[in-house]
Design a protein around this ligand. Sequence first.
Ligand code: DC
Length: 230
Amino acid sequence: MENITIAIDGFSSTGKSTIAKLIAKKYNYVYVDTGAMYRAVTLFAMQNNLVTIDFLKKEDLVKQLENISLEFIFNSDLGYAEMFLNGENVEKEIRTLAVSKLVSKVATISEVRKKLVLEQQRFGEKGGVVMDGRDIGTVVFPNAELKLFMTASADKRATRRYKELLDRGDKVSFDDILFNVQERDRIDSTREDSPLLKAEDAIEFDNSDMGIAEQFERMCSLVDQKIAQN
Ligand code: DC
């Protein structure tokens, strides 16, 4: 029985990574959080004064791309891999609202996407991977055996993200989070290069009113079916 590739795409804060981690654990697959890669490039750009709310120095960032090394290093205490940018653990910094506010802008740059997509394809060469993002089923792995597409209302998503950030001790306002969720939806869905789209053969999950346990159960039966067919 061959390992399959599972592509999970969808809007921000739809719980893609929570589900992807659970699936990876159950099937002993590798989980790749591609959003973390775009976030790490964004953090690099922020640290080098190449992006703010007011500007994006696209050419300068593109020139610096060869100086950006991204690595996922598995943390057995946490049970998932953390993101390292040029050898430094940046897992916490990349999850801040400051990075969320700029990441969609950086993710519009085709040269950034090209670099990250190649790295993502390498991670998935042998199958046995669960990858989440915006363009996994459409661009990174158009032949993935199983494609899932997750949606939920903006209000529900903002509420979840708001609680997450408050639990971590970040001081944020709900309105700011809701605006960020809606703004990222808009930029991610309308960009020219690899916009967020549901692949034709993706199975949609609207989890506005569906709990994790129910989604997980339904998805596992899809995974089992695909593994059996493979
Ligand atoms: O999944 P996330 O919220 O951590 O992703 C952060 C941003 O990165 C998202 O707003 C758009 C971008 N992204 C992307 O363009 N393509 C991907 N495959 C993953 C993320």
